[in-house]
Every structure is written in structure tokens, then in C-alpha cells.
Design a protein around this ligand. Structure first.
Ligand code: ATP
Ligand code: MG
Length: 991
């Protein structure tokens, strides 16, 4: 593990002296000390170490995860983390723009960033996110196999531009992505400079495919057998493991979900291109012919087309003029041109097909949560070909260098220009810093009508023979006097420039001499229709689908397609617009030497790069400037919890005043400046302290919010409950009301009914009233009773009461209980009943005096039955307290009276007889038969009176048994009494 010991100065903003030499010296010091990263504020300068380094492992990931940039020594991880944090914390789309010349380490940097993001995301280990990450990482090996090549500057040079969006869900996990590719340098398919190679894919298949795979592709394992890939003379490169890379690439195809048929078609196309390079033409007589028809056969087999059609397409072209279709034979050079254009076009289509396949594999699949929220943010990573100067610079270099101009312009716009303009706008005292603005060069290339691309397009439009030379003249005419453009004609003294062939552009990164040769053709990018139709005719649907326009009829005139230059320009404009809409982070890559050496730090080369990248200007702006700025309202909203004066809301004035109070309270006054609308914070440490203060308070606030929210939920529940109860209450009332109304209706006429509504059926009550209905019914019953009673004189009510009691006990059980008779009670006191009434009255007086009862309730003559079944004439008297057995003539008590409370029950028979058994607790019951002159039925009366009086004295009911056979106790023995009907009457008898 490398030590953290700092070498030189990690953040160049802290350098003592700001100059190119001081800056470069610091870079050298750090490079020699193994530190390849240096900051200019938040811009990371990376010097290619040209050796494997050890600081990208898990231990390093953990050191940078979630940290602020300035907390740890400079590292590309910190930039990746900063862009990730900005995206996650603030929901901002961010982009990381990696720039630098060819071989400076851009592609490596982009891969390191992607690996870092993969390492810090998906803590929950979701399968889909894992898949996306895997696909994102593996897509690199396919894109590099088909889009990278060995150049003289870089063994793994990207020959296409790549902008990759990584999409994140609301949790900050990668859920997909998208690759946008820019202008593949397809001329490399047919031509390479000395020391260079074509795209890796060709060498991978030759060195990596098995023998049987090769034989199916009809290829030999020999690079030198193939014209298209042997021109550079370097089939093998030490730093490239073609065989292993082929395997990795095959595996990646599978991971990305390419079907076996698609993978097969990919390699067949690669093989066909190799064969195509070996086609040779000869023009025997005036006929251009193919010298090696065997090769044509191979191509046809690999592309699944007819050999004859291949031959035709290579040697002829079919043209339609004024509705007529004609076949025109190629000259040998036309045929060679056609062949090369064909090879380039197939490869370019293949590359687009592969990028499309990659995109299908990584496109965001809105499933699960993501589908619900569809909320996602993006980090874009731009790795585009670096500025390059070759021995021979052609149209491709022109485009690549123009692209770098555009990116430099964006950097200037965002980092240098806007920054300074903002200070001015905000009224912050500011010393303007000079920098070179390359807008003038961008205009030179892209301006309508006057720009190089427009001039070239115009030349392409001309029918007839326009040559490259004429194009150069057109440029000279239009761009004469431009400070950044010249030719030999415009500067005759400049011996470096070849007459009528070369022009020079003073790029921001250096002067480049371009050869005009091929500009027109490359811009037009012609491919004869015949080839498109040929490919469309393939019986392999994978291939046929790559060429849909081959379906077009020959006679159909189509709109002239946009030129390669204009297409590229448009894509650059779109790219810059896209990048400008995101929060940018920069990695500025520097190449320390041209020897790919880990130890050489070529001062001159580095100074050159530092200059054209504008790093020292960047440093000046940064040093004088502020690390962070935020509008007052947003600042206050984010940090208001830190101060008691601003939390929860600042009411003491404007947001600016609130901000000021907060900043002063925290002691940061010296590190900030107050702009017109924004607060500017100079050092990142202050921002960090603010962030930390905020982070410390957030958990408490979250709990508070949760508490409030829970309270709100409870209150809501409570209100709902109350509402439900009100509804219920009203509903119940409604049900009650309806029931009462219904009762009203049913009982409306009861007063007129004979039984006062006794027979009326009560409607079924609602649940809520079930308990009440019995009350209603008793009210009704009472009312009925009162109605019935109202017709009965009051004097009869006491008798009636007794009858009711007797009725309760006997009704339905005993045939006749004397209900219809008038109950007089004290019969012996009446002379009608008892001739000796006076004797009785005087005896009663004596007894009352002696025993102290209040009144006689009942008296009657009886026949008493004793235990021997003997009958004796007696009288019985019931007072309010006792029962007396009296002599039937003298009415003197025969024994002391029995207290009513001694009575334990009454038994009577169901018949007409007058038998009454008064059960006593003593074990000697009173078994009597009531007798009278009138044979009146008084069993009911005696029973009723006894029951009532017992109830009055004891507050409980006496048991009454009605049965034909009755049990009684006489002389402490249990006996059964049955009443037998005889002619003379009914008699009780024991059994
Ligand atoms: N961080 C690094 N650690 C180790 N080696 C590196 C690093 N960066 C770059 N290199 C070496 O430098 C070589 C070139 O880097 P890279 O391919 O990233 O350059 P580039 O800027 O993408 O160039 P081009 O514009 O040609 O695509 C790599 O193949 C690798 O050997
Ligand atoms: Mg690259």
C-alpha cells in the first residue's frame, strides 16, 4: 500500500507561486514520487504512470467513499465520488469530462471511474443492479475490441468517441445506461500507417479463435496473409494479449445477451472484410475482372449472399438515369475504391450494430420500484479521442481535433468564462484573468457558409469533377486572412507546407498540417447502392437487418444524405449541449512522455499540454475564486438548522440577512463574500464544516419529522374515527326513528282496539333497538293495564292485585281458582257466612291484643287433615303476620299462630277441590280443605293472599306447586296426597 506521505503539493491552488514552471515542477515532483493525481480545486490532473499501480483496490475505495474531495490525498476516486454525491444528494445530473491527448490515459480513467461507481453502489445487493453493473463493465471489452487500435501514440487508442450515461435510481444504484458513439475512424480498416494496426478485433480473431472456428471463417492464422491488416507491419504488440482478449470479448458478448447467431454473424463479417482486402482486380482489355474468384466465394459464403452478386457489386454499378436502368462497368481504380468503401462501410455498420446491442443490454428496464417512481439521475462519462498530430493528418484527424476544440471551448465556457462573469455579475471584486478563447477556431471549422465543413460540403454538392485541389482553393478564397488558417499560397514563405495539398490550422493545442487529399471523398462517404442491395439480400437476417436501405428501388431518388463532416459537427453540437446541461467534473489527462515510459517526465511535452489545456489559467481563476457558491435562499434552506436564529425559519429579514447571521454565528465571515444573489465560500473546508454540522442535525430532524408525521397520521385516524362514530350515531338515530315511526304506524289505532293492541305483531326491531323493545313492550303492557284498570273501580284494585298474583301462580294450571268471584277475605267476620261472626270478632280482638297483628286478611272454615288421615272441622285465619288454626265454634286459637315466614310453599290440586297444602319449615305441613256454605272456590284467594304477604314480609317468592298428586310432610314424614273425585265431592287422601 502506498503511504499517504504527501509529495509536492496535492492541490495546486496552494502552490506558493502560480506559473507554468512551478505548476509543471510540482507535477514532475509528484510523478517521480509515484503521485499521479494533482488537483486544481475540483479539477483532477492525471499524469499517465505507464505502469501498473496499486491504488485502485478495495482499501482505496473505502478511503474515498462518501468523503469530501479535500479530505484525502488527490485521487480520481474523489472526483468520481464527488460527482456521485452531487447526483445522489442533490438529484443533479452530472458528467465527468475526461480530456487529454492520445495515450494520456482517458480510457483507463473512464474505466477506473466505472469500477469505482460499481464498487460503491448496490449495498443491498439487488440482482438487477448487479447485472447492470456487470454489463456496464463488460461492455468496455467489446467496444475496445472493435473500436480501439494500436497507433503510434497508444497501443490501445480509442478510434471512436464514447459518451456513456449511467442511470441511477432514487437510491443511487445504477439501473442502466446508454452509450453514444462518435465517428469511428473507419479508414483504418483499409489503411494503417507504419507501426500501427487496424482494429483489435481482426487480430483477436486470428490469434484467439480455435482452428475449427478459423476454418469456418476460411481464415489462416497469419496476419501477413491479409492485405487490410498487415500494412503497419506490426501484427504483434507486446502490451496486447489478443488471444486472451478474444476470449474476454466472446464472454462479454454472451453476458450482454448477444445471441449465438449474432455473435457468429459478427465474426463472419470480420472474416469477410479480411477476405475482401485480398480481392485483386485486373483490367484485361477493357474489362475489370477479379483475379481471385475463390476469395469472392469465401466472402459470399460468410455473408450468406450469392457469389455472383458479390462479383457484380465489386465490378459494376447499376445506375438509373431518367427512368432507365443501366449497368456500368468499373475501372480498376473505381473497383478498388468501391471495395475499400465497402469494407469500411461494413465495419462501421458492424460497430453501430454492436453499440446498439450494448445499449439493449444496459438500457434502463423500469421494473419494480424504479417503475413506480421513474425518477432517475444520470452520470455521464465522456471518453473521446484525444487531440492528435500525425505525420499525415487527414479528414479523421481534422474531425478529432475539432472535437477537442469543442470540449476545450466547453471547459473555457464553464470554468473560465462563466466563472469570471459570475463574479462580475454578483458584484464581487475581481481581477480579470486572461486566457486564450478558442471560440475562433471552433468558428473556423463549423461556421455556416464560411467554415471549413461548410466549404467542403459545398464542394461535395457540385456536380462534375471537383477535386481536392479545387476544394483547397475554395478554402483559400474564403479563409484568406484568418489568423488560424493558412496554406502555402496564403503564406508563400512557409516552406513546411506543400503546395496545393496542405493547409495548417493553429489549434488551441498546437499547429496541425492537414493533407487535403481524400477530404472530398471522406466527407461524401460514398458507398455504391449495389453494395447496400447486396448486403440486404443476405439470407442471414442479422446481416440483412443491418442494411435496411438496401431494400430501396434503384430508380427511387433519395434525398442527398448529410455529409460525414456535417453529421459529425451536429453530433458534437448535441454532445456539448448535453454536457452543458449537467454539472461537470473534469479529469485532465497528461502524457508524461512519448516512449510510454514510467520514469521519463518530458518537461517540454508536459509544458506544452499544460499550456494548451489552459491549466495555469484554470489555477489562477480557481485560486482567486471560490470553491462554492449558492443562492441565498437555497443556502439558507440547506443549512438553516445549524443556527438557532434561522431554524426552523428565518423571520428577521431577507434570505441574505439570514445567511449572514448564520455565517457570522459559525465564524466563517472571513472565508465568504456576499454577492448580489449568492453567497461565495472560498475554501472547501468551510463548506465541509457546514455539511458536517448539517449531517449531525439531520437525524434529529428526521425523528422530529417522523414524530410530527406519526402525530398527523394519528390525528387523521382519530378524525376518521370521530366521523365514523358520528355517521354511526346518525345512522342509528335514523334506524331508531324509522322504527319508532313504524311502531307509530302499527300502533296508531290501538286505543280503539278491544285488546288495546295486544294482538298486534311487533315489527322486527333494528339491532340497535333490540334491547329497548322489551321496554317498549312493557310500556305498552303497562298502558294496556292502565286502560283496562281505568274501567275498574279503584275499590276493587286491592282485590285485583291479589287475583293477579294468584293468576300468575295458577292460571292455566288449575281449572278454577275463583277469579270470577268477589274476594272478601275475612269470611268468618260476615254473618252471611258465619252465624257466629260476633264470637269470631271478639276472638279476633283477643288475638290481636295478644299477638299484635294489624288486620285479618283471610278467614274460613276448613277441614284439616292430620297425619292419620283423619279430618277435623276447624277454622283458619290469615293475618298480615301469621296463620291461625282456630276452633270451628269458639274460634279460639288451637295452637300458637304460625308466622308467615315459616311457610315454605303452597301446593294445590288442578281440580275443583278446595285442598290447600301450606308447607311449613317445621316438617308438619298444614293440609286443609276450605269449606263454606256456598261451596265457593277460595283456593285461589288464599294462595294469592299468602303469596302477596310472604312477598311483602320476605321480599321473595313462595313456591307454588299444582299437581294431582302432591307431596307433603306430616309428623316429619313425607306423604303423598291425591285428590279423588267422588259423587259427593272431591276428597283428599293419603297414599
Ligand atoms: N491510471 C493508469 N494506470 C496505469 N496505466 C495507465 C493508466 N492510465 C493510462 N495507462 C497506460 O496508458 C495507456 C494509454 O491509456 P489510454 O488508452 O487510457 O489513453 P487514451 O487517453 O484513452 O488515448 P486515446 O485518445 O488514444 O484513446 C494504457 O493502455 C495504459 O497502459
Ligand atoms: Mg482512449
Amino acid at each position: 500500500m502506498a503511504s499517504y506521505e504527501e509529495v509536492g503539493i496535492g492541490d495546486a491552488v496552494l502552490l506558493d507561486e502560480i506559473s507554468t514552471s512551478a505548476f509543471v515542477d510540482n507535477l514532475r515532483l509528484r510523478f517521480n514520487g509515484g503521485k499521479i493525481y494533482t488537483y486544481i480545486g475540483e479539477v483532477c490532473v492525471s499524469v499517465n504512470p505507464y505502469r501498473p499501480v496499486t491504488f485502485y483496490g478495495k482499501d482505496y475505495v473505502n478511503q474515498y467513499k462518501g468523503r469530501e474531495i479535500f479530505e484525502r490525498p488527490p485521487h480520481i476516486f474523489a472526483i468520481a465520488d464527488a460527482s456521485y454525491k452531487a447526483m445522489k444528494r442533490r438529484g443533479k445530473d452530472t458528467c465527468i469530462v475526461i480530456s487529454g491527448e492520445s495515450g494520456s490515459g482517458k480510457t483507463e480513467a473512464s474505466k477506473i471511474i466505472m469500477r469505482y461507481i460499481a464498487a460503491v453502489t448496490n449495498v443491498a445487493g439487488q440482482q438487477e443492479v448487479e447485472r447492470v453493473k456487470n454489463v456496464l463493465l463488460q461492455s468496455n471489452s467489446i467496444l475496445e475490441a472493435f473500436g480501439n487500435a494500436k497507433t503510434n501514440r497508444n497501443d490501445n487508442s480509442s478510434r471512436f468517441g464514447k459518451y456513456m450515461d449511467i442511470n441511477f435510481d432514487f437510491k443511487g444504484d445504477p439501473v442502466g445506461g446508454h452509450v453514444q458513439n462518435y465517428l469511428l475512424e473507419k479508414s483504418r480498416v483499409v489503411l494503417q500507417q507504419q507501426g500501427e494496426r487496424s482494429f483489435h478485433s481482426f487480430y483477436q480473431v486470428l490469434f484467439g479463435a480455435t482452428d475449427s472456428e478459423l476454418s469456418r471463417l476460411k481464415l489462416k492464422r497469419d496476419v501477413n496473409s491479409y492485405h487490410f491488416i498487415r500494412q503497419g507491419g506490426t501484427p504483434r504488440v507486446d502490451s496486447i494479449a489478443d488471444k486472451a482478449d478474444y476470449k474476454t470479448c466472446q464472454q462479454a458478448f454472451k453476458t450482454l445477451g448477444f445471441t449465438p447467431e449474432q455473435i457468429d454473424a459478427v465474426w463472419r463479417i470480420v472474416g469477410a472484410i479480411l477476405h475482401l482486402g485480398n480481392i485483386e482486380f485486373s483490367s484485361g482489355g477493357d474489362e475489370t475482372q477479379i483475379q481471385n474468384p475463390k476469395v469472392v466465394k469465401n466472402i459470399a459464403e460468410l455473408l450468406h449472399v450469392s457469389p455472383d452478386e458479390v462479383r457484380k457489386a465489386l465490378c459494376h454499378r447499376v445506375i438509373a438515369a431518367r427512368g432507365e436502368v443501366m449497368e456500368k462497368r468499373h475501372t480498376e481504380s473505381e473497383a478498388t475504391f468501391g471495395r475499400d468503401a465497402f469494407a469500411k462501410a461494413i465495419y462501421e455498420r458492424l460497430f453501430s450494430f454492436i453499440v446498439e446491442g450494448v445499449n439493449k443490454a444496459i438500457e434502463v428496464r423500469y421494473e419494480g420500484l424504479a417503475a413506480r417512481y421513474k425518477y432517475n439521475t444520470v452520470i455521464g462519462v465522456l471518453d473521446i479521442y484525444g487531440f492528435e498530430i500525425f505525420e499525415q493528418n487527414s479528414f479523421e484527424q481534422f474531425c478529432i481535433n475539432y472535437c477537442n476544440e469543442k470540449l476545450q471551448q466547453l471547459f473555457i465556457e464553464l470554468v473560465l468564462k462563466q466563472e469570471q462573469e459570475e463574479y462580475k455579475r454578483e458584484g464581487i471584486a475581481w481581477q480579470n484573468i486572461e486566457y486564450f478563447n478558442n471560440q475562433i477556431i471552433c468558428d473556423l471549422v463549423e461556421q455556416p457558409h464560411k467554415g471549413i465543413i461548410a466549404i467542403t460540403d459545398e464542394a461535395c454538392l457540385n456536380v462534375g469533377k471537383v477535386t481536392d485541389q479545387m476544394l483547397l482553393e475554395a478554402m483559400e478564397n474564403k479563409l484568406k486572412g484568418h489568423n488560424h488558417f493558412t496554406t502555402r499560397k496564403l503564406s508563400p514563405m512557409d516552406k513546411e507546407l506543400k503546395h496545393v495539398e496542405e493547409f495548417r490550422i493553429k489549434h488551441y493545442a498546437g499547429d496541425v498540417v492537414y493533407s487535403i487529399k481524400g477530404f472530398l471523398e471522406k466527407n461524401k462517404d460514398t458507398l455504391f447502392q449495389d453494395f447496400k442491395r447486396l448486403m440486404y439480400s443476405s439470407s442471414d437476417p442479422v446481416i440483412s437487418d443491418m442494411w435496411p436501405e438496401g431494400a430501396q428501388d434503384i430508380t427511387m431518388t433519395t434525398k442527398r444524405p448529410l455529409t460525414a463532416g456535417t453529421l459529425f459537427k451536429n453530433s458534437m453540437v448535441a454532445l456539448v449541449k448535453n454536457l452543458a446541461s449537467k454539472e461537470p467534473y473534469y479529469i485532465r489527462c497528461i502524457k508524461p512522455n512519448d516512449q510510454k515510459s514510467p520514469v521519463i517526465f518530458d518537461q517540454e511535452r508536459v509544458v506544452h499540454q499544460v499550456n494548451y489545456l489552459g491549466l495555469v489559467e484554470n489555477l489562477r481563476v480557481r485560486r482567486a475564486g471560490f470553491a462554492y457558491r449558492q443562492s441565498y435562499d437555497r443556502f439558507l434552506r440547506r443549512y438553516k438548522m445549524i443556527s438557532q436564529y434561522t431554524w426552523p425559519n428565518f423571520h428577521g429579514g431577507t434570505d441574505r440577512e439570514g445567511t449572514k447571521i448564520l455565517v457570522e454565528e459559525q465564524g466563517f465571515t472571513n472565508d465568504v463574500k456576499y454577492g448580489n444573489t449568492k453567497l461565495f465560500i472560498r475554501s472547501p473546508q468551510t463548506l465541509f464544516a457546514l455539511e458536517q454540522g448539517r449531517a449531525k442535525l439531520i437525524p434529529g430532524i428526521v425523528i422530529f419529522l417522523q414524530k410530527m408525521w406519526r402525530g398527523a397520521i394519528c390525528r387523521m385516524h382519530y378524525r376518521r374515527m370521530c366521523a365514523a362514530i358520528t355517521i354511526l350515531r346518525h345512522y342509528r338515530l335514523y334506524k331508531m326513528r324509522s322504527y319508532i315511526l313504524e311502531l307509530n304506524r302499527v300502533f296508531r289505532n290501538v286505543r280503539q282496539m278491544q285488546d288495546y293492541g295486544k294482538h298486534v305483531r311487533w315489527p322486527a326491531p333494528p339491532l340497535v333497538l333490540q334491547a329497548m323493545v322489551s321496554d317498549f313492550q312493557s310500556i305498552h303492557n303497562r298502558w294496556r293495564a292502565s286502560m283496562i284498570l281505568s274501567s275498574i273501580p279503584k275499590t276493587e284494585w286491592p282485590q285485583l292485585r291479589i287475583k293477579v298474583i294468584a293468576g300468575d301462580a295458577l292460571m292455566g294450571k288449575r281449572v278454577d281458582w275463583g277469579v270470577r268471584e268477589t274476594w272478601e277475605g275475612n269470611y268468618l267476620a260476615s254473618t252471611k257466612e258465619n252465624p257466629e261472626a260476633a264470637t269470631f270478632q271478639s276472638a279476633v280482638r283477643n288475638m290481636r291484643n295478644k299477638d299484635g297483628f294489624r288486620e285479618v286478611l283471610f278467614s274460613s272454615l276448613v277441614r284439616k287433615i292430620n297425619k292419620k288421615n283423619k279430618m277435623a272441622e276447624r277454622a283458619i285465619m290469615l293475618t298480615d303476620k301469621q296463620i291461625y288454626k282456630l276452633h270451628s265454634k269458639t274460634f279460639k286459637p288451637l295452637r300458637s299462630p304460625i308466622p308467615i315466614l315459616e311457610v315454605s310453599g303452597v301446593s294445590v290440586s288442578p281440580g275443583q277441590d278446595q285442598l290447600v297444602i301450606i308447607h311449613l319449615r317445621g316438617g308438619n305441613d298444614l293440609v286443609i280443605s276450605l269449606s263454606s256454605h256456598t261451596n265457593a272456590n277460595r283456593v285461589g284467594e288464599l294462595t294469592g293472599l299468602l303469596l302477596r304477604q310472604y312477598q311483602v314480609l320476605n321480599r321473595s317468592e313462595l313456591r307454588v306447586v299444582v299437581g294431582a298428586s302432591l307431596q307433603c310432610m306430616l309428623g316429619n314424614k313425607s306423604r303423598m296426597v291425591t285428590v279423588e273425585e267422588s259423587d259427593v265431592g272431591s276428597f283428599a287422601a293419603f297414599r
